[in-house]
Design a protein around this ligand. Structure first.
Ligand SMILES: [Cu+2]
Length: 164
């Protein structure tokens, strides 16, 4: 219960810090749109980010790591910036890398973090309403099989600076 409460405060703080990015007190040494780790209800989100649009491509991806203290499954993602959001994986189809939707969602096991990254599991943002610009943020709602839902604010990052 206590952890849950603290996690919600962190989530609130991360939203607040995003809101303050355009204020006068910005620390120029800080990375203002870096995602702050959020823990709530036994689930920890870290390194979340969306890829800035490349040219006029109508789609993009969101990535991050999820840990859970209990067995769970990410079953749905939503964002106001895209018409459709799907959970995808990359597969090697006779030497050709392709993406496909994982309808069952992403299993999350307490022993291993569920990692979404370019070229692997990812959240696909399909039919962007406007190009995603580096330095901005987008909303991302995640729904789990356990019934837990989370509303995150995640930074948009250029593909060039995406690697950690
Ligand atoms: Cu995809």
């Amino acid at each position: 219960m206590k952890n849950h409460f603290i996690g919600l405060i962190f989530a609130f703080l991360s939203v607040q810090s995003v809101a303050m990015n355009h204020g006068q007190h910005m620390d120029h040494n800080a990375k203002p749109t870096a995602f702050k780790q959020v823990t709530a209800d036994g689930i920890t989100f870290s390194n979340f980010q969306a890829r800035a649009s490349i040219g006029r491509m109508p789609n993009s991806g969101a990535y991050g790591e999820i840990r859970s203290t209990s067995i769970d499954r990410l079953i749905k993602a939503k964002s106001s910036v895209a018409s459709v959001v799907e959970l995808h994986e990359h597969i090697n189809d006779n030497g050709v890398m392709r993406m496909r939707e994982v309808k069952a969602g992403f299993a999350i096991n307490p022993s291993t973090p569920m990692v979404m990254k370019p070229g692997g599991y990812h959240i696909m943002l399909i039919g962007l309403k406007a190009p995603l610009e580096a330095g901005t943020t987008i909303d991302l709602s995640l729904e789990f099989e356990s019934g837990k839902t989370f509303d995150l604010t995640i930074p948009v990052v250029s593909i060039k600076t995406m690697h950690h």
